[in-house]
Design a protein around this ligand. Structure first.
Ligand code: MG
Length: 314
């Protein structure tokens, strides 16, 4: 996370006051407005290289339990253009089957390999970098704990004095006070400590604030002084470099589209991919236009991004 954040901070842009632009499609219709720091020739050139789109979920393809009306047409557009896609989510509270079921209820059928969550990224990280870690204290939902157990880990109990190999803090929608206190105590016990994702809140279409992993980690930090050693999930570039190697693609052939600059667009920037901000979720246009570095493209929704991809690929 620190490494990724530094890379984002050090990234320099060239010219790059974002300007409002419109573009004509093949039928000479004017497409919807969008913002980009590039001129149109540069933009079309970059978009014509895209072979795969990594899609954020909450705030990008749906909001809470409501699918956006343009999402199915956008996915059909990618299929028609021969552009692959994956769904990436920082939300580790559901496992892959939960997501496939949720998408199926919205009449979107996808194979498992199209889904990548921050819980999977955390599992991949621990297996690669901490192969000795077998017993984990998992401050997460039962669904996430089941996913770790299916991957071969043992879920350690919150028994007083029990010290596992690692502490993993996640977006725990079943958070219990005694388990939070045990996690905080483990943070003082000099064992590796990772967090699944940096998000402060999870988007919702209900009248509530969903306190996410980043805020739970802040609570532990306030109590103990310790931050996680590493924060997985977006903007860690591992979320995209995994896709690049899976499909044999170069970073510039991948676009990452999402509704947040500090997770979605930053992931693209950290991985060298094309970063698309959609304004259908958390980020306002004012926030988008004042961000530095700028997203490669700021569009109202995926629809405008799809129209631009179609223009660039035909
Ligand atoms: Mg989102």
């Amino acid at each position: 996370m620190c490494h990724a954040a530094n890379k984002a901070a050090n990234r320099t842009t060239t010219a790059h006051t974002p300007t409002l632009q419109t573009i004509k499609n093949m039928n000479n219709d004017t497409l919807k407005e969008f913002y980009t720091p590039f001129n149109q020739e540069e933009l079309i050139h970059k978009l014509s290289a895209i072979r795969h789109v990594a899609l954020d979920m909450d705030g990008t393809i749906y909001m809470g339990s409501t699918l956006f009306p343009w999402t199915k047409a956008f996915l059909a557009q990618l299929d028609a253009l021969g552009i692959g896609y994956s769904f990436l989510t920082n939300n580790p509270s559901k496992n892959i089957d939960d997501y496939l079921h949720k998408l199926d209820k919205m009449d979107i059928q996808v194979p498992r390999e199209k889904m990548y969550t921050s819980a999977l990224a955390t599992i991949d990280y621990i297996k690669t970098k901490h192969p000795e870690a077998k017993r984990l204290f998992l401050l997460g939902t039962p669904s996430m704990i089941a996913e770790f157990e299916a991957a071969g880990f043992e879920s350690a109990p919150s028994t007083e004095g029990d010290i596992p190999d690692m502490l993993v803090v996640a977006f725990d929608m079943t958070l219990q006070y005694d388990r939070l206190c045990h996690a905080a105590w483990l943070a003082t016990q000099n064992i590796p400590y990772v967090a699944t994702n940096p998000d402060r809140v999870c988007p919702t279409d209900k009248a509530e604030v969903l306190v996410d992993c980043g805020s739970i980690c802040k609570c532990i930090e306030h109590a103990t002084g310790r931050k996680p050693d590493l924060i997985l999930g977006k903007p860690d570039p591992g979320m995209l470099t995994g896709i690049a190697s899976r499909y044999g693609l170069k970073p510039h052939e991948i676009a990452m589209a999402g509704d947040r600059i500090y997770t979605d667009v930053a992931t693209a920037q950290n991985a060298g991919a094309f970063g698309v901000l959609v304004l259908s979720g958390e980020t306002t246009l004012d926030t988008a236009l004042s961000s530095n570095p700028q997203p490669d493209l700021t569009a109202r929704t995926l629809k405008e991004f799809g129209d631009l991809l179609e223009r660039a690929h035909r």
